[in-house]
Design a binder for this molecule. Structure first.
Ligand code: RIB
Length: 317
């Protein structure tokens, strides 16, 4: 892994080197409010002042990998509203190439309404906006980047048909973070090298209740026709499961401020290590560190760390 933070000299555009990491996915403007408790249906809760923060699972994963020193391109769409310009500027500011991030005319940008509870837990409602217009055309435009990147990162906040085509077009390692969870086709899974669900997504995908033990999570992961599954377990770290072996990676102990984007940071860190030829065990070890460090700040892209910030926030020697 690299501790080199991107700079304004980070190469971009058609003449730049091909990306090490290609992220095909969403960008959202997050409206974040801290709440004393999450509202139930029919309840109004008074929260704190709202914050506008650049987010979206695709953009977060792209920024996470870029902050860790990778050359990253984001393929997707934003709207032609002020939020679209805001999102593009924030993503570029973090060193991500946005030359394949299209602006959709007469369309709002993706928006996420995020309530953050006292324990850092969140509930999120997403209005996809331009993310819903991502299509096979975007895969065609990004064919070169998808083919060249050492790692392609995918999530499910853009249409699954386009995600499937992107997975098939990718020339390197394909990581799918199946969030938000929805039924996955065997066609998509055949092109995925590493599936990265959290416990809730794993339960939905396997048609089971949320696992309460490691053994249950392993059994559920083995129900999915994926080559290798990495189950993220929050404070308990992550499990790497394949047909014949299981590896548990514990996470450092932290008191979270906001867990938003911790899973995205984890995926960005996996891509960071796998892009330089590291093992999946090493990638997951780095992923839990970066994910844990992310929970110590509020917001999505505002909380993503550089390698130096991971060490600093976790007080590593
Ligand atoms: O994973 C966190 C992200 O989920 C937020 O940034 C929000 O935009 C939603 O997409």
């Amino acid at each position: 892994m690299s501790d080199m933070a991107p700079t304004s000299e980070t190469p971009r555009g058609p003449t730049a080197l091909p990306p090490e990491v290609c992220v095909f996915g969403s960008a959202n403007l997050d409206i974040v409010v801290r709440v004393p408790n999450h509202p139930v249906a029919g309840e109004t809760v008074l929260g704190g002042d709202h914050l506008r923060i650049s987010g979206g699972k695709g953009a977060n994963q792209a920024v996470a990998a870029a902050l860790l020193g990778r050359r990253v391109t984001l393929v997707g769409r934003v709207g032609d509203d002020p939020a679209g310009a805001e999102l593009r500027a924030a993503i570029e500011h973090h060193g991500v190439d946005t030359s394949l991030l299209q602006t959709e005319i007469h369309c709002p940008s993706g928006l996420a309404l995020i309530a953050v509870g006292p324990d850092g837990d969140n509930s999120i409602v997403v209005s996809p906006g331009a993310n819903d217009r991502v299509s096979v055309d975007d895969v065609d435009r990004a064919a070169h980047a998808l083919q060249q990147a050492a790692v392609t990162l995918l999530q499910l906040e853009v249409p699954i048909e386009a995600v499937t085509e992107a997975a098939e077009a990718a020339g390197g390692i394909v990581i799918l973070n199946p969030a938000p969870a929805q039924a996955l086709t065997s066609r998509l899974l055949e092109s995925v090298d590493v599936l990265v669900p959290n416990e809730t997504e794993l339960a939905l995908l396997s048609g089971s209740p949320v696992a309460t033990t490691f053994d249950e999570a392993v059994d559920q992961a083995r129900l999915l026709p994926a080559a290798r599954t990495v189950v993220t377990l929050g404070a308990q770290g992550a499990l790497i499961v394949d047909e014949t072996s299981v590896h548990h990676q514990p996470a450092p102990s932290v008191t979270p401020v906001d867990t938003t984007a911790a899973g995205d940071a984890f995926c960005g860190a996996l891509a960071d290590v796998l892009a330089e030829g590291g093992s999946l065990n090493d990638a997951v070890g780095w992923g839990v560190m970066v994910g844990s460090a992310t929970t110590l700040r509020l917001g999505a892209q505002t909380s993503l760390p550089t390698a130096a910030e991971v060490a600093d926030r976790l007080r590593l020697p």
